[in-house]
Design a protein around this ligand. Structure first.
Ligand SMILES: [Zn+2]
Length: 155
């Protein structure tokens, strides 16, 4: 398992250091917290193994409220995180801790985001495309039924 330690300081520094096991990472964290003590704003451990995203807890469902608040399950932090904007890339949002963008496949998958628009997918909210298809089918059926009636009258 590859893990990263993300350190944020009060003067806006953001750094990620990669480790192959959690024991060395823990030693590193202890050293950093002694050396930088009062400058540190936060220390977070994130997962950097792209093959092993952390699954959301059982029963996790992306809700519209969370979507509106830009809170997504981050499979790299293993937590529900706020996704903020970046002045450089305005089309995307980024995890406040590990800075992964919402274009990430696993983030879209776990949070049921549409692959194109970044909105919650119609399948997740139970409306949109599916419903339209149902209405279209219904209309087609009605049209067909009418035609059959007309044909019968002509005979
Ligand atoms: Zn994250």
């Amino acid at each position: 398992m590859k893990i990263g330690v993300i350190i944020k300081t009060h003067d806006g520094l953001w750094s990620v250091t990669r480790f192959l096991d959690s024991d060395t990472a823990r030693i590193f964290i202890r050293m950093c917290s002694i050396q930088l003590s009062d400058q540190i704003k936060s220390i977070d451990i994130v997962q950097l193994d792209p093959c092993n995203p952390i699954q959301p807890p059982e029963g996790f469902e992306p809700t519209y409220t969370n979507f509106k608040d830009h809170k997504y399950w981050c499979p790299w932090c293993g937590e529900l995180r706020y996704f903020g904007t970046s002045p450089e890339y305005r089309d995307y949002r980024f995890c406040s801790t590990c800075h992964i963008s919402d274009a990430d496949y696993h983030i879209r998958r776990f949070n049921k985001l549409d692959s194109r628009s970044g909105m919650p997918s119609v399948k997740a909210t139970g409306g949109g495309e599916k419903l339209n298809r149902k209405i279209r089918k219904q209309k087609r059926r009605e049209k067909l039924a009418k035609r059959i009636v007309i044909d019968e009258e002509n005979e």
